[in-house]
Write a protein that binds this ligand. Structure first.
Ligand code: C2E
Ligand code: CA
Ligand code: CA
Ligand code: CA
Length: 279
């Protein structure tokens, strides 16, 4: 048991050539995880450079497995997508994130966005706009405080269809950001036609920022590009002061990363807000 606990992440790796029966077990467990309340969200704050205020949080899902402990989303989101479990799981994430954000507002904290990751599979569902509308209605969260993150790879798939869905989502009044930006090589002219609010610079480009004089052109050019398109820009994975200062000086609007805060349990996030805002 000790051994399997230590190797909790390996349990799910495809390279291990997991037996069909074993895979079936994990699939069954994941299917039940939602109803058994084994999923939880962590929240990572997003900081605005100009004001130093927390303007948003990204909701990040974890699976608290009864035997294996806390399992990373990178270990079960791919399986959830392959099996369609991502649909109920994704709805749970969306509902919980909206509920929590509404609860923070009701408790008197300054309104902020909650960003929710939307997988490709979810985004392609014919009823996705209705699902989002229903959850907003049900939780009472003002749409302006929900942001959906779709990856650049999703955005690059079927432009016409993607733009159509995004336009419908934007009509609800929510915000949309392009996650992991810079990894898909989409062009400026391509993005111009997308009804989006924000680009999220991929961690790999932030990681490249090692000194203020270094080879830092990609992050800088994404910021310049976002500005020319009138888009907000946020950097993810900011870990060092050098990265923080560089991004700030280049005019990046917001940052998210260990330098400011790791993802927090909701109680810790509440505590953080309380200590800053004195509510
Ligand atoms: P992502 O959307 O790119 O999320 C950012 C990841 O970077 C998170 O990992 C976060 O904990 C981590 N991170 C944040 N700041 C730093 C930093 O300064 N340094 C480093 N090294 N890492 C940092 P996490 O929570 O393990 O999530 C991994 C991926 O799983 C996410 O990548 C996202 O693609 C996916 N994911 C997480 N939650 C959900 C969800 O609810 N739905 C879907 N569809 N995917 C999710
Ligand atoms: Ca994300
Ligand atoms: Ca990302
Ligand atoms: Ca990333």
């Amino acid at each position: 048991a000790k051994e399997s606990h230590r190797n909790q992440y390996e349990f799910f790796t495809p390279t291990m050539s997991v037996q069909a029966s074993e895979r079936h077990t994990i699939e069954q467990e994941l299917r039940k995880a939602v109803e058994r309340n084994e999923l939880l969200l962590m929240y990572q704050p997003q900081l605005q450079f100009e004001t130093g205020q927390i303007t948003g949080v990204e909701a990040l899902v974890r699976w608290l497995h009864p035997k294996r402990g806390l399992v990373s989303p990178t270990e079960f989101i791919p399986l959830a997508e392959e099996t369609g479990i991502i649909i109920p799981l994704g709805e749970w994430v969306l509902r919980t994130a909206c509920q929590q954000n509404k609860a923070w507002q009701d408790a008197g904290f300054a309104p902020m966005r909650v960003a929710v990751n939307l997988s490709a599979y979810q985004f392609k569902q014919a009823n996705i706009v209705q699902v989002v509308a229903d959850i907003l209605h049900e939780t009472g969260l003002h749409p302006a405080y929900l942001e959906l993150e779709i990856t650049e790879s999703v955005a690059m798939q079927n432009a016409k269809q993607v733009i159509g869905t995004l336009e419908e989502l934007k009509k609800l009044g929510i915000q949309v950001s392009i996650d992991d930006f810079g990894t898909g090589y989409s062009s400026l002219s391509y993005l111009r036609s997308f009804p989006i609010d924000r680009l999220k610079i991929d961690r790999s480009f932030v990681n490249d920022i090692t000194s203020t004089q270094g080879e830092t052109t990609i992050a800088a050019s994404i910021i310049a590009m976002a500005q020319s398109l009138n888009l907000e820009v946020i950097a993810e994975g900011v870990e060092t002061e050098v990265q923080f200062e560089f991004l700030k000086n280049k005019g990046c609007h917001e940052m998210q990363g260990y330098f400011f805060s790791k993802p927090l349990l909701k109680e810790d996030m509440t505590g953080r807000l309380a200590s800053i805002q004195g509510v």
